[in-house]
Design a binder for this molecule. Structure first.
Ligand SMILES: [Zn+2]
Ligand SMILES: [Zn+2]
Length: 244
């Protein structure tokens, strides 16, 4: 109660502003109606496997051509937002600029997109950063999101399931899928401190902020599957929809 009184007092002195454009808003930690309406939230129908939006005429059980022709190592992937020019500033500011105030909002949107996954996963884990990158960025933002969502899930939060054993150039600096697949090949291993039985037969929910070609997430999912995970699911804040 004291906390909520304190928050109300702070709101009176400093009325809450849209996290994105700075316009006054009614609720702290939120965005204004205009910024909200520019975002494209992914809803049904989407591919039952990778979550990519499908044409309106598709059924809720449809699978996209890419998943049919080349089944991914993860069983399901879901994302809250289309990664377009309006979603990019949210992700970029959260990822690179220490703007952690975006975390609760992104986590909330991800919870809406992945409610069934969060309700059934055994373990929740982030895509890891290489330690040198962790040193310069200070946080693994995917881990912050994973930890927040784990509070509303029956799954156990295990941040050290995977280890990034090789520092790789950022995926965003590479222009095609083949380069990105090659870039992350062998970059992940099961964490050396992890007992192998921890993931045997478990459903693992892998968290990242964005899925573009999916090369990083596929590399992580392959390691988990090879190490005995029953299923790997993926939940990201955003995903690219066209021009992968
Ligand atoms: Zn705004
Ligand atoms: Zn698909």
């Amino acid at each position: 109660m004291l906390r909520s009184i304190k928050h109300r007092l702070v709101d009176l002195i400093l009325p809450p502003r849209c996290l994105h454009c700075g316009t006054h808003v009614g609720q702290p930690q939120s965005i204004c109606g205009e910024c909200w309406s520019n975002l494209t939230f992914i809803s049904q129908p989407h591919c039952i496997t990778c979550g990519v939006p499908m044409p309106e005429s598709a059924s809720s059980e449809s699978e996209c051509l890419e998943c049919i022709s080349e089944p991914p190592p993860f069983a399901k992937a879901r994302a809250a937002l289309c990664y377009d020019q309006h979603a990019t500033p949210f992700i970029t500011r959260f990822k690179y600029s220490d703007q952690l105030q975006f975390a609760p909002l992104l986590a909330l949107w991800m919870e809406n997109a992945g409610r069934d996954l969060l309700a059934q996963a055994d373990i929740i884990t982030p895509v890891p950063l290489h330690w040198t990158r962790l040193f310069t960025r200070k946080y693994n933002q995917a881990a912050i999101l994973a930890q927040m969502m784990a509070r509303n899930s029956t799954g156990e939060y295990l941040p050290e399931l995977l280890k990034r054993v090789r520092r790789t150039p950022p995926q965003a600096s590479l222009h095609n899928k083949t380069q990105r697949i090659h870039n992350v090949k062998g970059a992940f291993q099961l964490h050396p401190r992890l007992e192998r039985d921890t993931i045997k037969g478990k459903v693992i929910l892998l968290i990242d902020y964005v899925m573009t070609t999916g090369a990083t997430i596929r590399a992580c999912a392959k390691v988990l599957k090879k190490s005995g995970a029953k299923k790997v699911w993926v939940l990201t804040a955003a995903r690219t929809v066209l021009g992968d």
